[in-house]
Ligand binder design. Sequence first.
Ligand code: RNT
Ligand code: ZN
Length: 412
Amino acid sequence: MSRYDEAKKLYADLGVDTEKALNTLKDVTISVHCWQGDDVVGFDSKESLSGGIQTTGNYPGKASTPAELMSDLDKAFSLVPGKKKLNLHACYAIFDGDFADRDALQPKHFQKWVDYAKDRGMGIDFNPTYFSHPMVKDGLTLSSPDDEVRAFWVKHGIQCLKISEYFANETGIPCVMNIWIPDGYKDIPADRYSPRARFKKSLDEILSTPYDKSKVYVTLESKVFGIGLESYTVGSAEFTLSYSTKNGITPLMDNGHYHPTELVSDKIASLLLFNEKIALHVTRGVRWDSDHVVLYDDETKEIAKEIVAHDALDRVFIATDYFDASINRISAWVTGLRNVQKALLNALLTPHDKMKELQKDGKFTDLMVMQEDIKTAPFGDIWAEYLAREGIKADYLAEIKEYEEKVLVKRV
Ligand code: RNT
Ligand code: ZN
């Protein structure tokens, strides 16, 4: 008997159908953040990364042209099982001598990305880029008191909506457009109200542009603090949740954007009760929103469990969001993406109904024993079977090292 067949039997004894789990997982789409490949730099400006986020490390071989980034993405995609979507930021516009500033971006500046995605049968998600740009004034964009600055960024949002609709039309797959602004203050503000009021007004202005809501899902991402923005962020959790539910858009939770003892896994159920869809940025914060590579750790598993246990795979937009420049960037992509998939598989291999029943009946002794027992079930054999069925090699390091030697280290 193969290791998979044995594992299948053991899981069946626990009440879990491994075939069903494998079939479900292969249809789950993960939106892959393009910005791991070049340390969140993009192609439209020479400004250094701003907005209170930071990439550290200087590993050789970062992509600095569209061709390089596409090639690196291909390498990463080839080593990751399952369905993928490409997640782009507006700063990844590709200009052919027709530079346009952020407030004037057009669908044509993303045509090469559309060709790329279509060739690979993928959809595209999108993010307006409200950082690393001279029009970020005093750390503010959509909440700026300067009318010119605020108008510039409103226009950017509107153009991005048009580009998102273009992506959906071209690929035939809906586009998730995520709005995140870095706006905030380093020190104690005198007025916490007015910046949020201006942010609200700006969002209203952007979203008053007609767009097809069956093709573009607008999400709004909250944050608790950023580097240099420690005391106040305009787009706080309360703001983004209230705005989203009131205006029929989708809230996005990034699990690096809360106080360290606050867990996104605990928030998912509440959001599912009040929203048709929710969105996630899966990341790993170490002591702060450090955007480390996602591991197969407790919180990643718990997040996956919350999605699967409540039968919400079709209601949650799952995207990755991390950037590590201290290790091979392709390995960073592959490791993190595989770990999200592992966490989902682990959740699909958990007898949730049985365990919910134990909780309902107050059988907490039995529940704890079962929760602990399942941890030593032969998960690795099912994962190996998944990779094999997807035609993906288990060992990815050797291939990445070869690519590093042949391609990455030769880049200047
Ligand atoms: C920043 C947010 C945001 C960015 C990307 C690049 O803290 O998490 O999602 O990481 O837009
Ligand atoms: Zn994020």
